[in-house]
Design a protein. Structure first.
Length: 147
């Protein structure tokens, strides 16, 4: 009788523990969804601008902004890199920052060789850019990291 009650209590505790874990996981997913919901709405607006005005400065700005959202708010560096590459294809005054940010994304992904090349390209292609000092700092930082 006592043994059966203990087994029953143990089952209830296990079921309660599983329920708590599931609730915590669902809560985490819900928070992630709510956090990214406003970003998804904005992304839709920027995608519309990019598709309505392909190859223009407006499209470059939209792609750059989508890259920033992917990089900083949604933690999707691969998608950010794709958006920054579109900015580079169009070619606008945002190209230097897009190339620098692409290097940062590559560094975060662990692709230090490609990141170093992106930072070096900032120095080479945009010598008058405000990002030159930042790019040189990142190159030096990667060199120290690898030595």
């Amino acid at each position: 009788m006592i043994f059966e009650r203990l087994v029953g209590m143990r089952r209830k505790l296990i079921a309660t523990g599983i329920a708590i874990i599931l609730l915590l996981l669902l809560r985490k997913r819900f928070r992630f969804f709510m956090k990214n919901r406003s970003h998804r709405r904005r992304m839709g607006r920027f995608r519309k601008i990019a598709t309505d005005h392909p190859g223009t400065i407006e499209a470059a700005g939209a792609h750059y902004t989508m890259g920033l959202i992917f990089q900083n708010n949604m933690d999707c560096p691969q998608k950010a890199i794709q958006e920054y590459e579109k900015v580079l294809e169009i070619g606008s005054e945002l190209a230097d920052s897009a190339l620098f940010n692409m290097g940062c994304c590559l560094e975060n992904l662990g692709e230090e060789g490609r990141a170093r090349k992106a930072f070096a390209d900032v120095l080479k292609k945009f010598p008058g850019s405000t990002r030159v000092e930042d790019a040189q700092y990142k190159i030096d930082e990667l060199a120290l990291k690898n030595s």
